[in-house]
Write a protein that binds this ligand. Structure first.
Ligand code: SAM
Length: 293
């Protein structure tokens, strides 16, 4: 068999023959709708020169379609039990390479070093395991690999957070961290019915175009992320209260007020109303001048 690892019958058959039951704990909800799979592949804008990194190939449904369009597909799968399944479903696809291991624990650059020339632009395409969506996405964005485009199926609720703008219900520290490094755009929402087994939540396909440069100029990234985290610690509290409770001590209150004034940000505003540019400005003022006030 070399095609259609997405047909429900074939997926069930291959899993049965290999005596495999899918593990909820590994986020194993396999896609069984060829149309949706094709839309993921279409959204990745692949050419015959593309190198694709797939996280979690499962039974190889998406991998097959990616391999049809790209030069090479490098896939990382945590579950060794899938090795004989993938050997079967990908037997007709010599341009697929599978590495077994936990994507969160491995040195990604080292793992794929032999598979593609250093510096080759990469496209990520995946139906991600939902229990680790955010850490995987952050690793892809900050791991130093030359990733240009990311097309992933994730929980709808997380996709909304990635795309959210100031003032929207889903806007938070994840929106800012991701939009700082990439431009996210939801491609489509996906019902539970296209997976085996069905997940408990709705899903969405989102594309992220990774920026060549960060969206805003931040002098100390670690501090910028700390500031954002503190600003959203309790959504109902004002920016001032959150910063006082989570980042500064009582005796620093006056200095903080002056810094907010210098950054032209009203301390009574809530974190969820601040744009990424305002967070960057505040971060740079606090970082540079907190001791000088
Ligand atoms: N690509 C397949 C599909 O669309 O039908 C399977 C997608 S399934 C949602 C997620 C896959 O990620 C599973 O095959 C699971 O074993 C794998 N996985 C889970 N955690 C992982 C991790 N930490 N590193 C690598 N793969 C992981």
């Amino acid at each position: 068999m070399d095609k259609h690892a997405s047909s429900p019958k074939i997926v069930r058959d291959v899993l049965r023959r290999h005596r495999l039951t899918l593990k909820k704990s590994l986020g194993q909800n396999f896609l069984i709708d060829e149309n949706i799979l094709r839309k993921i592949v279409d959204a990745a804008d692949l050419t015959k020169d593309s190198y694709v990194l797939e996280i979690g190939p499962g039974a190889g449904a998406l991998t097959q379609l990616l391999a049809d369009r790209a030069k090479k597909v490098i896939a990382i799968e945590i579950d060794r039990r899938l090795e004989p399944v993938l050997a079967e479903t990908l037997s007709g696809f010599p341009n697929c390479l599978i590495h077994f291991g936990d994507v969160l624990k491995m040195d990604l650059a080292g793992t794929i070093a032999d598979d593609c020339p250093e510096g080759t632009p990469l496209t990520v395409a995946a139906n991600l395991p939902y229990y680790v969506t955010t850490p995987i996405l952050m690793k892809l964005l900050t791991g130093g690999l030359p990733i240009r485009t990311i097309v992933i199926m994730i929980q709808k609720e997380v996709a909304d957070r990635l795309e959210a703008k100031p003032g929207q219900k889903s806007y938070g520290s994840l929106s800012i961290a991701v939009q700082y490094m990439a431009d996210p755009k939801i491609i489509m929402t996906v019902p539970k019915t296209v997976f085996v087994p069905r997940p408990n939540v709705d899903s969405a396909v989102i594309r992220l175009d990774v920026r060549d440069q960060r969206k805003v100029k931040v002098e100390d990234e670690a501090f910028f992320f700390k500031l954002i985290k503190a600003s959203f610690a309790q959504r109902r509290k004002t920016l001032m209260n959150n910063l006082m409770n989570n980042l500064y001590s009582k005796r620093e209150k006056e200095k903080l007020l002056k810094a907010l004034e210098a950054a032209a940000i009203d301390p009574e505003r809530r974190g969820e109303t601040l744009t990424i540019e305002e967070f960057a400005r505040l971060s740079n003022v606090l970082n540079r001048r907190m001791d000088g006030f």
